[in-house]
Design a protein around this ligand. Structure first.
Ligand SMILES: [Zn+2]
Length: 689
């Protein structure tokens, strides 16, 4: 057990000692930091601590900065080195950490200090960035109920507890209802069309229960291939019906999510009313970039009007193909995925495995670094530092010989690593006294590791993922803000966070950029143009139908939390008829009356996306429109990698991060408000400009 004095987790002088830290260091280090933070907070709460920037905000920020950084390392290790020891070290301390931050968010004495500072003469003389930090603190305290009259606080707390419990129950019901269904197939003819591995898995599932035949379930690895590949319309229909009526009145009464939705809507409305908002959608949008529900609604509707003709065209094509090639005269909902897959194969088939031979990892990284260097005038090189696995690389970013940030790159899947890909901050840029601490980030992916002496190869999806996560990382690392609360990705509005990441993805669809970072792993040949054209066509396949489906979900979510009267628990019929109304506006396909989509819409009832689902499209519009500035600058010059536009993107968007509103940053970069045209064009829904 490491003592406090030589605990490597408590050394904050430079990069983390990943070669020395052990799970045994966690408890003493985190306990020590929690104690130190609590002691400092107690002093700051005291009446004789002046409510000034220097005497209050600076020590307040420092009190939790080391704790945040050390706990970040523990959380990171839990994600990338999930051994039983690291898992235990993380889980043992998690309740205390969560409790500490929950109490901090509702600490009235600290809230009072921020308010006093806001009302003092000093506030007017602070920089706009510091004013923004104080405003954000006040907003967050207020939204946590800190301003409510004493008598109302217990009710506010009870609402939030009931919301958490109902959200958890919603997920459990859905999971139980999903797991309860099975379709047993005994006639081998019904398996026609299904991939071999899916059939084998279905057989293994039946064998496990000592039954003959094949077992199909509603879990994605079973359900999705059935809907895409099974020639048997009967099998598809049975599965589609079961999936579309999960956790509803069509199943076990105790798994019915209908009453939970009604209650959640009523609680959300009550919470909003207590905080002084007309609807929950208004409350949800306070810390977001969209300024009102009406604004977000009109944004979605504008996209809907433009996308719908393309969705109708997609559907007409699919119907014609199904009638002519598949003999399906009338497309039922359970035929859609099946017919679409057949059409996609007929038109755009190419092998993902063939594509990946052109993208050896070292070549892709060189290409990515080249894009970053030409756009932002920085230099990337390999750095030396302690790491948690020998395959992890450390990168150093410099501008004119000056260190500006560092990055850990952990690309390959391991048994002990959580799935998916993500970027996380390891350290925020901050100035303390005369010393400037540069930012540090982690980029973690789960790509296939190299086999034998050949380099690892990346699928095109992997390349897109890598660019996406680097977009987040650059947002964090290229910041010029010295105030830790809003430097890098901190303080950026929730619906604008994906702008820099989705922006970077666009480069992976540019012929010049992509072909420049391809070299066949055996022959060194660049990606053939013909293969690229197929990939591009497949990218746009049914993009109209996909777009209106996303818009249907977004409009339903926003209108549900903005327009429905929820002073009483809302009957499920009201919810369903609103969805029907939304479908009349944007959908092109018919959904059966018995379908119960909302009862499995976990994103908005159990996933934190309530009145926020629109953010997916919102951020896509911003990123596509930002990228269009590069397309315009590159017109006639043959290259999108325009340094002047890159410099402006860096200055106005990446460098300022959360230190000013995202809309202001966007307008400063683009010279106008965001427009939807670029996204439509990139989705194949507008003729090229
Ligand atoms: Zn992202």
């Amino acid at each position: 057990m490491s003592a406090v004095s030589d605990n490597p987790l408590l050394d904050f002088t430079d990069l983390t000692h990943f070669d020395r830290i052990t799970p045994a260091d966690v408890e003493p280090a985190i306990r020590h930091l929690l104690d130190t933070a609590s002691t400092t907070l107690a002093t700051l709460e005291a009446a004789d601590t002046p409510a000034t920037w220097d005497d209050f905000v600076i020590p307040m920020t420092e009190a939790t900065e080391h704790l945040g950084r050390a706990w970040g390392v523990v959380g990171h290790m839990h994600s990338v080195m999930d051994t039983p020891q690291w898992r235990a070290a993380y889980n043992d301390l998690l309740p205390e950490i969560s409790g500490f931050y929950a109490e901090l968010g509702q600490n009235e004495a600290l809230y009072g200090k921020y308010r006093a500072l806001h009302d003092s003469a000093e506030y007017a003389n602070l920089s706009p960035v510091r004013q923004r930090i104080i405003d954000h603190e006040l907003r967050d305290f207020r939204l946590s109920g800190a301003e409510l009259p004493e008598a109302q606080k217990p009710r506010f707390k009870a609402i939030s507890e009931e919301q958490s419990a109902l959200g958890a129950k919603f997920s459990e019901n859905l999971l139980d209802a999903t797991n309860a269904f099975a379709e047993w197939v005994t006639d081998e003819a019904e398996l026609a069309g299904l991939p071999e591995d899916v059939v084998a898995a279905a057989r293994a599932a039946a064998e496990k229960e000592d039954r003959p035949g094949w077992k199909f379930t509603l879990q994605a690895p079973s359900y999705v291939p059935v809907m895409q590949y099974a020639d048997s319309a009967r099998l598809r229909e049975v599965m589609y019906r079961a999936n579309g009526t999960r956790a509803s009145e069509h199943g076990k009464p105790e798994w019915d999510n209908g009453p939970i939705i009604g209650r959640l809507l009523a609680l959300a409305a009550e919470e909003a009313k207590m905080l002084g908002y007309a609807s929950y959608a208004e409350l949800s949008l306070v810390p977001k970039m969209a300024d009102s529900p009406e604004h977000a609604l009109s944004f979605l509707r504008e996209l809907g009007v433009k996308a719908k003709p393309y969705a109708e065209r997609d559907l007409a094509e699919l119907k014609a193909f199904a009638a002519k090639e598949l003999g399906i005269a009338e497309l039922n909902p359970w035929d859609m995925g099946y017919a679409s897959e057949k059409l996609r194969q007929a038109r755009y088939a190419f092998s993902e495995n063939e594509v990946r031979q052109y993208f050896p990892e070292p070549r892709v990284l060189d290409g990515l670094f080249g894009v970053i260097e030409s756009l932002y005038g920085v230099q990337l090189s390999h750095d030396r530092a302690a790491v948690w696995d020998p395959s992890v690389k450390v990168l150093r970013i410099e501008r004119a010989g000056q260190l500006i940030g560092q990055l850990y790159l952990d690309l390959h899947a391991r048994d002990t690593k959580r799935g998916g890909a993500w970027m996380d901050s390891a350290r925020n840029r901050q100035r303390s006294g005369s010393r400037l601490l540069t930012p540090v980030a982690y980029v973690v992916c789960n790509f296939s590791p190299p086999v034998g002496d050949k380099p690892a190869t990346l699928t095109h999806d992997d390349v897109v993922t890598l660019f996406h996560e680097f977009g987040h990382a650059l947002h964090h690392l290229l910041t010029e803000v010295d105030e830790v609360a809003v430097s890098g990705i901190h303080g950026v509005e929730w619906d604008a966070v994906e702008l820099p990441s989705q922006f970077m993805e666009n480069f992976c669809w540019e012929w010049d950029v992509l072909s420049g970072m391809s070299a066949h792993v055996n022959t060194g040949e660049p990606l053939p143009r013909e293969l690229f054209d197929k990939m591009l066509a497949a990218r746009h396949f049914q993009s109209g139908m996909q777009m209106v489906r996303q818009l249907e979900f977004s409009l339903f979510d926003l209108r549900l939390y903005h327009e429905v009267d929820a002073t009483q628990p809302v009957p499920i019929d009201t919810v369903l008829s609103l969805l029907e109304d939304v479908r009349k506006e944007v959908a092109v396909t018919k959904t059966p009356a018995w379908h119960r989509f909302p009862l499995s819409f976990s994103h908005i009832f159990a996933g934190g996306y309530s009145a926020g689902y629109y953010s997916y499209k919102w951020a896509e519009v911003l990123s596509a429109d930002a990228f269009a500035a590069f397309e315009e600058a590159g017109e006639g010059r043959g290259s999108l990698l325009d340094a002047a536009t890159g410099q402006r993107f860096w200055r106005e968007i990446l460098a300022v991060g959360g230190s000013r509103p995202a809309l202001e940053s966007f307008i400063a970069f683009r010279g106008r408000e965001p427009q939807v045209d670029a996204l439509l064009r990139h989705s194949g829904m507008l003729e090229a400009a």
